[in-house]
Design a protein around this ligand. Structure first.
Ligand code: NAP
Ligand code: MG
Length: 517
């Protein structure tokens, strides 16, 4: 596939630039004057400095969003007008797509190939879809009501209010779009907090929107800063009506607990340990390459990665021979090089965590059929690089098979009967996604139906569409993103009842006695 984004800036010209908070339509310095330096995960080189908000800054942003919402104008803008405005915002973001792709590569370690083929174009498609969905009819009919008398009933969909939105570092641009676009489409106002490692593409996105001058001040606010400072304020502040969080299950649990203090609406997109099941009639070539893509896309730093691969005993040997051969050919390298399959991990901490899990898998008795190592290429010496690991002889109860590693580590589990594979696939606290590979679609569908996961891909993986819902069963989350399902998560439901009889005798009212003469 060829990229339509051809300009590779690669100049890193943003070095030495300092980025402020975006509050009430203005770029504004953090009140304590603190900034943090971002580094390129592939080279360790400093990139830019970014504001570190504290609680007072977060409250300023929340107050701006509250005022913008309560003032109306945005929340009650006619849907068609809001839709046109959002389309214009996407045009502005699209005009800066090469710069955003560059930010994604330099800041998040995304390969240039993936940024320009997937993350940026897909993010634009998703934003445009919400711009289209913004033109919805807020009134929904209710079946005719005749008891106790004829009445006209209607449901009105309204924005929820101020939305606090918290996103992770793995797909910074896409995650920002998944949060901002449906919230704005529904007429809410937003305070977005990107991950501390990767705020740059969200900053570029907000810059592009700001330059249009189309959005009323306070409708969209961007607060960069520490998760354990900005995050709790967004969760407990009574001025915030909803919290939308994407990140780890561990932090998601805290978010839900904190949001409970004011009964905020909560949506959570959390972790995963997704099963990828090969059936014995699968096309070997397709299933092998598809399985490598399922687990190693963005180095396994994807919530939905197919990290547990179930391979039937009947085809185990030829499948594994091919899988190991193909995996050993994956190229780890600098993200800007077109031939690179796997770039760096996000941080030194993440690299150490992955190495610890590799050691743990060996200690648990799994066989490292392909053992991940730090590459020896001097060009990669200052980045957080590691080559892929494939464990065989894995038992589903091993920690490496149950815990989210978030790195290029695949656990292969051999199975004899389909029933056994399905039972083990479901034996996890997570339920985000799954894959099934088979030449028989009916058979694959019957397996898909039995998997406890929010998304199941048959003969492909990582296909996330603007029109279809994405989200988790079990501890992988609460609610759905994308499509009309994603939009509804940002809408309140108001029932309006209109009496059509005026007949006193149809009412359940008090039978108030007439005054005594
Ligand atoms: P994380 O550690 O949970 O952090 C996610 C976000 O929460 C960051 O912005 C973080 O800020 C913030 N945060 C940290 N502490 C907080 C607190 N006490 N209250 C509120 N917010 C807080 O996750 P991550 O390490 O960035 O990302 C990896 C995880 O995200 C994985 O578990 C992955 O599965 C999950 N994920 C899920 C989906 C999905 O759609 N289901 C998509 C992508 C990723 P700082 O960066 O400042 O710490
Ligand atoms: Mg984290």
């Amino acid at each position: 596939m060829a990229s339509s984004i051809t300009v590779n800036l690669m100049t890193h010209q943003t070095i030495a630039r300092q980025y402020d908070l975006y509050i009430n339509g203005c770029w504004t310095a953090p009140q304590a004057g603190r900034y943090r330096t971002l580094c390129n995960p592939a080279t360790g080189a400093p990139l830019v400095t970014v504001a570190e908000a504290d609680v007072a800054d977060t409250r300023r942003a929340i107050a701006a969003a509250r005022t913008a919402f309560d003032a109306g104008g945005w929340a009650d803008m006619p849907p068609g007008e809001r839709s046109r405005l959002l389309h214009a915002l996407v045009d502005a973001i699209e005009a800066r797509q090469a710069e955003i792709a560059d930010a994604e590569m330099c800041n998040a370690g995304c390969t240039w190939r993936k940024a320009t083929l997937m993350d940026i174009p897909v993010g634009l498609i998703h934003f445009r879809h919400f711009a289209k969905l913004a033109d919805f009819d807020p009134l929904e009919p209710v079946p005719q009501i005749t008891f106790p008398a004829l009445a006209y009933n209607v449901v009105r969909r309204e924005p929820i209010g101020v939305c606090g939105q918290i996103i992770p570092w793995n797909f910074p641009f896409l995650m920002a779009v998944w949060k901002i676009a449906p919230a704005l489409a529904a007429g809410n106002t937003v305070v977005l907090k990107p991950a501390s490692y990767t705020p740059l593409s969200a900053i570029k996105l907000v810059e592009a929107i700001h330059e249009t001058g189309l959005l009323p001040p306070g409708v969209l606010n961007l607060v960069t800063g520490p998760g354990d400072v900005v995050g709790p304020e967004l969760c407990v502040n009574p001025q915030v009506d909803k919290v939308a969080f994407t990140g780890s299950t561990e932090v998601g649990r805290t978010v839900m607990q904190q949001a409970a203090s004011t009964i905020k609406k909560v949506t959570l997109e959390l972790g995963g340990k997704s099963p990828n099941i090969i059936l014995d009639d699968a096309d070997l070539d397709v299933a092998v390459d598809g399985s490598l893509w399922a687990v190693f896309m963005h180095n396994g730093q994807a919530c939905e990665s197919g990290t547990r691969l179930f391979v039937p005993a009947a085809i185990y040997d030829p499948f594994m021979e091919r899988l190991l051969d193909r995996a050993a050919r994956l190229r780890v390298g600098l993200p800007e090089e077109g031939a690179t399959d796997l770039g760096p991990l996000i941080s030194a901490g993440q690299l150490q965590a992955v190495e610890k899990y590799i050691g743990l898998g060996i200690a648990e008795g799994a066989t490292p059929a392909l053992l991940g190592r730090r590459p020896t290429d001097p060009a990669l010496a200052h980045g957080h690089f590691i080559t892929p690991t494939i464990f065989t002889n894995v038992h589903n109860q091993m920690r490496v098979a149950q815990e989210e590693i978030f790195g290029p580590v695949l656990c292969v589990i051999k199975y004899a009967r389909e029933e056994e594979a399905i039972a083990q696939a479901n034996d996890t606290i997570y339920g985000l996604a799954a894959g099934v590979w088979s030449a028989n679609i009916e058979r694959a569908m019957s397996v898909a139906n039995r998997l406890r996961a929010g998304t199941v891909w048959i003969n492909d993986y990582h296909m996330i569409h603007a029109e279809a819902p994405f989200g988790g069963y079990k501890q992988s989350g609460l609610g759905r993103e994308l499509g009309v399902w994603g939009l509804k998560e940002y809408l309140e439901t108001k029932h309006i009842h209109v009496d059509l009889t005026r007949n006193r005798s149809d009412k359940f009212w008090f039978d108030i006695v007439a005054p005594q003469a």
